[in-house]
Design a protein around this ligand. Structure first.
Ligand SMILES: [Zn+2]
Length: 240
């Protein structure tokens, strides 16, 4: 059971991270949106409110079926996509961005390949979901399909969708995805880049797990410097 204090904390956290979107280069104006799940309710940013003017009271609260529980503004147009991600995954928070590197990549590539081993934090190479209009049920379906076994997906000619066990982790995944897309673009500017193999990624994931468990035994709560993106999250999987 989640009480009023937790809901208020979620509202404030959503406002705090929304304010960072522009500075972090993840969206412009009122674009992009994010949400937090609290049991059978979802707190989500509203549609069309500028992030520099967003207040905790503007955050909309809906049920898992999308029915409004508490909202003085209109919930984000991407509410169906957020709800679909919660229905299909164990996500506690979802972040949708319109970040430049990811969108540029989506126009030319079907996938963001493993240009750096940090991609194991997202579950492996990131798929590009075929273009579908914003706010549509088709987009929600395509996003969920592209997220299979991953914590991030790219939406063609649109942006990204990332999730995590907390809003901080979901947001960090969005930042990591944008950074990886930038690294990939830079690498391609030099020629045909070397991509990490499946075996190399599996080795990274195994080593990160080993270090994480080792550190927990020795120094509980100490983040692993080698694989900070794996702290506390589900283990990476590499579906075919
Ligand atoms: Zn969008």
């Amino acid at each position: 059971m989640h009480g009023a204090a937790e809901l208020q904390a979620a509202r404030e956290q959503l406002v705090k991270y929304s304010a960072r979107l522009a500075d972090d280069g993840l969206a412009v104006g009122a674009a992009g949106n994010m949400s937090v799940r609290l049991g059978d309710r979802v707190a989500i940013t509203p549609s069309g409110v500028r992030y520099d003017e967003l207040q905790p009271a503007d955050i909309c609260v809906v049920g898992l079926d999308g029915a409004e529980v508490e909202a003085r503004e209109t919930p984000s147009t991407e509410l169906p996509m957020h709800l679909a991600v919660y229905a299909a995954t164990g996500a506690a928070a979802v972040v949708h961005t319109h970040s430049a590197e990811v969108i540029a990549l989506s126009a030319s590539c079907d996938e963001l390949p493993a240009i750096h081993y940090a991609i194991t934090g997202l579950g492996g190479p990131v798929r590009v979901a075929e273009y579908t209009r914003f706010g549509s049920a088709g987009l929600a379906d395509a996003a969920v399909k592209a997220l299979d076994g991953r914590r991030a997906a790219i939406l063609q000619n649109h942006g990204s969708i990332c999730y995590g066990p907390t809003l901080t982790r979901a947001y960090d995944n969005a930042l990591l995805l944008e950074w990886l897309a930038r690294v990939y673009r830079l690498a391609r500017s030099y020629g045909d880049p070397r991509i990490l193999t499946r075996a190399e990624l599996d080795e990274v994931a195994a080593e990160a797990r080993r270090r994480r468990y080792g550190e927990r035994r020795q120094r509980p709560g100490t983040p692993s410097l080698e694989a900070p993106w794996l702290e506390g999250g589900p283990e990476p999987t590499f579906p075919e």
